[in-house]
Ligand binder design. Structure first.
Ligand SMILES: NC(=O)C1=CN([C@@H]2O[C@H](COP(=O)(O)OP(=O)(O)OC[C@H]3O[C@@H](n4cnc5c(N)ncnc54)[C@H](O)[C@@H]3O)[C@@H](O)[C@H]2O)C=CC1
Ligand SMILES: O=C(O)[C@@H]1CCC=N1
Length: 271
Protein backbone atom coordinates (compact mmCIF):
# COMPACT_ATOMS: atom_id res chain seq x y z
CA UNK A 1 0.00 0.00 0.00
CA UNK A 2 1.35 3.44 -0.97
CA UNK A 3 0.24 6.39 1.17
CA UNK A 4 0.55 10.07 0.27
CA UNK A 5 -0.01 12.86 2.81
CA UNK A 6 -1.20 16.26 1.60
CA UNK A 7 0.08 18.43 4.45
CA UNK A 8 3.25 17.91 6.47
CA UNK A 9 2.34 19.65 9.73
CA UNK A 10 1.84 18.44 13.28
CA UNK A 11 -0.55 15.58 12.52
CA UNK A 12 0.92 14.25 9.27
CA UNK A 13 4.38 14.62 10.82
CA UNK A 14 3.34 12.52 13.84
CA UNK A 15 1.79 9.77 11.68
CA UNK A 16 4.63 9.64 9.14
CA UNK A 17 7.29 9.58 11.87
CA UNK A 18 5.27 6.88 13.71
CA UNK A 19 4.81 4.71 10.57
CA UNK A 20 8.50 4.97 9.66
CA UNK A 21 9.66 4.32 13.25
CA UNK A 22 7.35 1.28 13.54
CA UNK A 23 8.43 0.00 10.10
CA UNK A 24 4.75 -0.35 9.05
CA UNK A 25 5.57 0.66 5.49
CA UNK A 26 8.91 1.31 3.82
CA UNK A 27 9.70 5.04 3.62
CA UNK A 28 9.72 4.83 -0.19
CA UNK A 29 6.00 3.93 -0.13
CA UNK A 30 5.19 7.21 1.64
CA UNK A 31 5.04 10.74 0.23
CA UNK A 32 4.25 14.18 1.66
CA UNK A 33 3.52 17.65 0.29
CA UNK A 34 3.08 20.98 2.05
CA UNK A 35 1.92 24.46 1.10
CA UNK A 36 5.35 25.75 0.08
CA UNK A 37 7.26 22.48 0.06
CA UNK A 38 9.60 23.41 2.92
CA UNK A 39 7.99 21.40 5.75
CA UNK A 40 7.46 18.42 3.39
CA UNK A 41 11.12 18.50 2.35
CA UNK A 42 12.25 18.73 5.99
CA UNK A 43 10.07 15.73 6.91
CA UNK A 44 11.35 13.85 3.85
CA UNK A 45 14.98 14.52 4.82
CA UNK A 46 14.32 13.34 8.38
CA UNK A 47 12.37 10.17 7.57
CA UNK A 48 13.42 9.18 4.03
CA UNK A 49 9.93 9.57 2.56
CA UNK A 50 9.32 11.15 -0.84
CA UNK A 51 8.43 14.88 -1.21
CA UNK A 52 6.89 15.42 -4.68
CA UNK A 53 6.61 18.96 -6.00
CA UNK A 54 2.80 19.14 -6.18
CA UNK A 55 -0.36 17.48 -4.87
CA UNK A 56 -1.10 16.13 -8.40
CA UNK A 57 2.30 14.49 -8.51
CA UNK A 58 1.71 13.04 -5.03
CA UNK A 59 -1.58 11.44 -6.15
CA UNK A 60 0.10 10.06 -9.29
CA UNK A 61 2.98 8.57 -7.30
CA UNK A 62 0.58 7.14 -4.70
CA UNK A 63 -1.87 5.53 -7.13
CA UNK A 64 -3.37 3.38 -8.56
CA UNK A 65 -5.52 2.36 -5.57
CA UNK A 66 -3.22 4.30 -3.28
CA UNK A 67 -4.27 6.09 -0.11
CA UNK A 68 -4.30 9.90 -0.24
CA UNK A 69 -4.47 11.43 3.24
CA UNK A 70 -5.72 15.01 3.60
CA UNK A 71 -3.77 16.50 6.49
CA UNK A 72 -4.51 20.18 5.91
CA UNK A 73 -6.63 22.50 8.06
CA UNK A 74 -10.39 22.08 7.54
CA UNK A 75 -10.84 25.45 5.75
CA UNK A 76 -8.38 24.36 3.03
CA UNK A 77 -10.07 21.04 2.18
CA UNK A 78 -12.17 22.39 -0.71
CA UNK A 79 -9.31 24.21 -2.45
CA UNK A 80 -7.03 21.17 -2.09
CA UNK A 81 -9.60 18.49 -3.10
CA UNK A 82 -11.48 20.07 -5.99
CA UNK A 83 -8.56 20.23 -8.47
CA UNK A 84 -7.65 16.59 -7.67
CA UNK A 85 -11.11 15.04 -8.16
CA UNK A 86 -10.68 13.62 -11.68
CA UNK A 87 -7.18 12.31 -10.99
CA UNK A 88 -8.30 10.61 -7.74
CA UNK A 89 -11.17 8.92 -9.65
CA UNK A 90 -8.87 7.89 -12.51
CA UNK A 91 -6.36 6.39 -10.07
CA UNK A 92 -9.11 4.74 -7.98
CA UNK A 93 -7.50 6.35 -4.93
CA UNK A 94 -8.85 6.04 -1.42
CA UNK A 95 -9.24 9.53 0.10
CA UNK A 96 -8.67 9.70 3.87
CA UNK A 97 -9.49 12.98 5.63
CA UNK A 98 -8.14 13.88 9.07
CA UNK A 99 -9.97 17.22 9.20
CA UNK A 100 -11.91 18.05 12.34
CA UNK A 101 -15.53 19.13 11.87
CA UNK A 102 -15.63 18.06 8.23
CA UNK A 103 -18.32 15.43 7.60
CA UNK A 104 -18.13 12.79 4.88
CA UNK A 105 -21.01 14.54 3.04
CA UNK A 106 -18.95 17.75 2.84
CA UNK A 107 -15.89 15.87 1.58
CA UNK A 108 -18.05 14.07 -1.04
CA UNK A 109 -19.42 17.41 -2.26
CA UNK A 110 -15.89 18.36 -3.47
CA UNK A 111 -15.32 15.04 -5.29
CA UNK A 112 -16.80 13.14 -8.25
CA UNK A 113 -19.79 10.90 -7.37
CA UNK A 114 -18.85 7.43 -6.09
CA UNK A 115 -15.42 8.47 -4.70
CA UNK A 116 -14.38 6.28 -1.75
CA UNK A 117 -13.73 8.54 1.27
CA UNK A 118 -12.77 7.59 4.81
CA UNK A 119 -12.90 10.04 7.70
CA UNK A 120 -10.31 9.51 10.43
CA UNK A 121 -9.82 11.42 13.67
CA UNK A 122 -6.34 10.53 14.87
CA UNK A 123 -4.31 12.02 17.67
CA UNK A 124 -0.80 13.33 17.95
CA UNK A 125 0.44 10.41 20.06
CA UNK A 126 0.82 8.41 16.82
CA UNK A 127 4.28 9.95 17.02
CA UNK A 128 5.30 7.40 19.66
CA UNK A 129 3.08 4.52 18.49
CA UNK A 130 0.47 5.32 21.17
CA UNK A 131 -2.13 7.17 19.10
CA UNK A 132 -5.91 6.78 19.17
CA UNK A 133 -7.84 6.92 15.89
CA UNK A 134 -11.52 6.65 14.93
CA UNK A 135 -12.40 5.57 11.37
CA UNK A 136 -15.63 5.91 9.35
CA UNK A 137 -16.04 5.13 5.63
CA UNK A 138 -18.64 6.56 3.21
CA UNK A 139 -21.11 4.44 1.22
CA UNK A 140 -18.60 4.01 -1.65
CA UNK A 141 -15.94 2.49 0.62
CA UNK A 142 -15.54 -1.28 0.81
CA UNK A 143 -15.09 -3.15 4.09
CA UNK A 144 -11.56 -4.03 2.95
CA UNK A 145 -10.71 -0.34 2.49
CA UNK A 146 -12.00 0.55 5.98
CA UNK A 147 -10.07 -2.41 7.42
CA UNK A 148 -6.91 -1.27 5.61
CA UNK A 149 -7.20 2.22 7.15
CA UNK A 150 -7.88 0.78 10.62
CA UNK A 151 -4.84 -1.49 10.11
CA UNK A 152 -2.66 1.46 9.11
CA UNK A 153 -3.59 3.48 12.20
CA UNK A 154 -3.30 0.40 14.47
CA UNK A 155 0.38 0.32 13.65
CA UNK A 156 0.77 3.70 15.37
CA UNK A 157 -1.60 3.06 18.29
CA UNK A 158 -5.22 1.99 18.69
CA UNK A 159 -7.89 2.37 16.02
CA UNK A 160 -11.64 1.79 16.08
CA UNK A 161 -14.52 2.02 13.61
CA UNK A 162 -16.93 4.67 14.88
CA UNK A 163 -20.29 5.99 13.62
CA UNK A 164 -19.89 9.49 12.18
CA UNK A 165 -22.48 10.96 14.59
CA UNK A 166 -20.08 10.16 17.46
CA UNK A 167 -17.09 11.98 15.93
CA UNK A 168 -17.63 15.31 17.78
CA UNK A 169 -17.54 13.71 21.27
CA UNK A 170 -14.72 11.42 20.18
CA UNK A 171 -12.73 14.42 18.89
CA UNK A 172 -12.96 16.01 22.34
CA UNK A 173 -11.71 13.01 24.30
CA UNK A 174 -9.13 11.70 21.80
CA UNK A 175 -8.20 14.24 19.10
CA UNK A 176 -8.01 17.27 21.41
CA UNK A 177 -7.46 15.52 24.74
CA UNK A 178 -3.65 15.21 24.44
CA UNK A 179 -3.68 19.01 24.91
CA UNK A 180 -5.92 18.67 27.97
CA UNK A 181 -3.71 15.94 29.45
CA UNK A 182 -0.69 18.16 28.79
CA UNK A 183 -2.38 21.06 30.61
CA UNK A 184 -2.96 18.76 33.60
CA UNK A 185 0.69 17.62 33.63
CA UNK A 186 1.80 21.25 33.35
CA UNK A 187 -0.46 22.28 36.25
CA UNK A 188 0.81 19.40 38.42
CA UNK A 189 4.41 20.34 37.63
CA UNK A 190 3.87 24.05 38.35
CA UNK A 191 2.26 23.23 41.69
CA UNK A 192 5.30 21.10 42.56
CA UNK A 193 7.65 23.91 41.47
CA UNK A 194 5.79 26.17 43.89
CA UNK A 195 6.83 23.68 46.55
CA UNK A 196 10.49 23.56 45.52
CA UNK A 197 10.85 20.86 42.83
CA UNK A 198 12.77 21.80 39.64
CA UNK A 199 10.40 22.14 36.63
CA UNK A 200 11.97 19.49 34.39
CA UNK A 201 12.04 16.90 37.13
CA UNK A 202 8.46 17.73 38.18
CA UNK A 203 7.24 17.44 34.57
CA UNK A 204 8.93 14.07 34.12
CA UNK A 205 7.44 12.76 37.37
CA UNK A 206 3.93 13.99 36.48
CA UNK A 207 4.07 12.64 32.89
CA UNK A 208 5.33 9.21 34.04
CA UNK A 209 2.49 9.16 36.58
CA UNK A 210 -0.07 9.84 33.79
CA UNK A 211 1.49 7.09 31.66
CA UNK A 212 1.35 4.57 34.51
CA UNK A 213 -2.22 5.53 35.43
CA UNK A 214 -3.37 5.04 31.81
CA UNK A 215 -1.57 1.69 31.59
CA UNK A 216 -3.14 0.45 34.84
CA UNK A 217 -6.62 1.26 33.51
CA UNK A 218 -6.00 -0.20 30.04
CA UNK A 219 -3.95 -3.27 30.96
CA UNK A 220 -5.73 -4.30 34.22
CA UNK A 221 -9.22 -3.07 33.33
CA UNK A 222 -9.24 -0.97 36.51
CA UNK A 223 -11.93 1.71 36.30
CA UNK A 224 -11.03 5.33 37.11
CA UNK A 225 -13.20 5.19 40.26
CA UNK A 226 -11.55 1.92 41.42
CA UNK A 227 -8.10 3.37 40.82
CA UNK A 228 -8.93 6.52 42.78
CA UNK A 229 -10.25 4.37 45.64
CA UNK A 230 -7.03 2.27 45.62
CA UNK A 231 -4.98 5.45 46.10
CA UNK A 232 -7.24 7.26 48.58
CA UNK A 233 -6.37 6.12 52.11
CA UNK A 234 -9.08 6.94 54.65
CA UNK A 235 -8.14 10.22 56.32
CA UNK A 236 -5.08 10.40 54.02
CA UNK A 237 -3.49 12.89 51.64
CA UNK A 238 -5.13 11.90 48.33
CA UNK A 239 -8.74 12.31 49.41
CA UNK A 240 -7.85 15.76 50.75
CA UNK A 241 -6.37 16.66 47.34
CA UNK A 242 -9.24 15.14 45.31
CA UNK A 243 -11.90 16.97 47.30
CA UNK A 244 -10.00 20.29 47.08
CA UNK A 245 -9.81 19.86 43.26
CA UNK A 246 -13.54 19.11 43.07
CA UNK A 247 -14.24 22.14 45.26
CA UNK A 248 -12.28 24.26 42.76
CA UNK A 249 -14.49 22.97 39.91
CA UNK A 250 -12.29 20.26 38.35
CA UNK A 251 -15.03 18.00 36.87
CA UNK A 252 -17.30 20.84 35.71
CA UNK A 253 -14.27 22.51 34.06
CA UNK A 254 -13.44 19.30 32.15
CA UNK A 255 -17.08 18.76 31.12
CA UNK A 256 -17.30 22.36 29.88
CA UNK A 257 -14.07 21.92 27.94
CA UNK A 258 -15.37 18.77 26.23
CA UNK A 259 -18.65 20.51 25.39
CA UNK A 260 -16.75 23.47 23.91
CA UNK A 261 -14.87 21.09 21.57
CA UNK A 262 -18.17 19.49 20.49
CA UNK A 263 -19.79 22.90 19.90
CA UNK A 264 -16.77 24.15 17.91
CA UNK A 265 -16.68 20.93 15.85
CA UNK A 266 -20.36 21.49 14.93
CA UNK A 267 -19.68 25.15 14.13
CA UNK A 268 -16.86 24.18 11.74
CA UNK A 269 -19.14 21.56 10.14
CA UNK A 270 -21.85 24.19 9.60
CA UNK A 271 -19.29 26.37 7.75
N1 LIG B 1 -2.76 18.45 15.35
C1 LIG B 1 -3.52 17.50 15.87
O1 LIG B 1 -3.27 17.02 16.99
C2 LIG B 1 -4.70 16.96 15.11
C3 LIG B 1 -5.06 17.47 13.88
N2 LIG B 1 -6.14 16.94 13.19
C4 LIG B 1 -6.49 17.46 11.87
O2 LIG B 1 -5.37 17.31 11.03
C5 LIG B 1 -5.36 18.36 10.05
C6 LIG B 1 -3.98 19.00 10.03
O3 LIG B 1 -3.75 19.59 11.30
P1 LIG B 1 -2.26 19.97 11.76
O4 LIG B 1 -1.30 18.96 11.28
O5 LIG B 1 -2.36 20.25 13.21
O6 LIG B 1 -2.06 21.34 10.96
P2 LIG B 1 -0.67 22.06 10.59
O7 LIG B 1 -1.02 23.51 10.39
O8 LIG B 1 0.39 21.69 11.57
O9 LIG B 1 -0.29 21.42 9.17
C7 LIG B 1 -1.01 21.69 8.00
C8 LIG B 1 -0.14 21.34 6.82
O10 LIG B 1 -0.90 21.54 5.63
C9 LIG B 1 -0.02 22.07 4.66
N3 LIG B 1 -0.77 22.68 3.57
C10 LIG B 1 -1.53 23.82 3.56
N4 LIG B 1 -2.02 24.04 2.32
C11 LIG B 1 -1.58 23.02 1.54
C12 LIG B 1 -1.74 22.69 0.16
N5 LIG B 1 -2.49 23.45 -0.66
N6 LIG B 1 -1.13 21.59 -0.31
C13 LIG B 1 -0.37 20.80 0.50
N7 LIG B 1 -0.19 21.05 1.82
C14 LIG B 1 -0.78 22.16 2.32
C15 LIG B 1 0.84 23.05 5.45
O11 LIG B 1 2.00 23.42 4.72
C16 LIG B 1 1.13 22.19 6.67
O12 LIG B 1 2.23 21.34 6.41
C17 LIG B 1 -6.47 19.35 10.43
O13 LIG B 1 -7.53 19.19 9.52
C18 LIG B 1 -6.86 18.95 11.83
O14 LIG B 1 -8.23 19.14 12.08
C19 LIG B 1 -6.85 15.88 13.66
C20 LIG B 1 -6.53 15.33 14.87
C21 LIG B 1 -5.45 15.83 15.71
O1 LIG C 1 -7.66 21.51 17.28
C1 LIG C 1 -8.11 20.95 16.27
O2 LIG C 1 -9.00 21.47 15.60
C2 LIG C 1 -7.56 19.60 15.85
C3 LIG C 1 -8.61 18.52 15.87
C4 LIG C 1 -8.33 17.69 17.08
C5 LIG C 1 -7.02 18.13 17.51
N1 LIG C 1 -6.59 19.13 16.81
Amino acid sequence: MRVGFIGAGNMAGAIVRGIVAEGTLPAEDLAVTSAHGRSAQALARETGVDAPGSNEELVERTGPRGVVVLAVKPHLIAEVLEPLGDLLAEQDSLVVSLAAGTPLATLESFLPPGQAVVRVMPNVNALVGAGMAAVCGNASTSEDQVDAVVGLFETVGSAIVLAERDFPAYTAIAGSAPAFAAHFVEALARAAVRNGLPKMLATRIAAQTMLGTARTMLERGTTPAQLADMVSSPGGTTIAGSLAMEDAGFSPAVVRGVQAVIDRDREIAAG
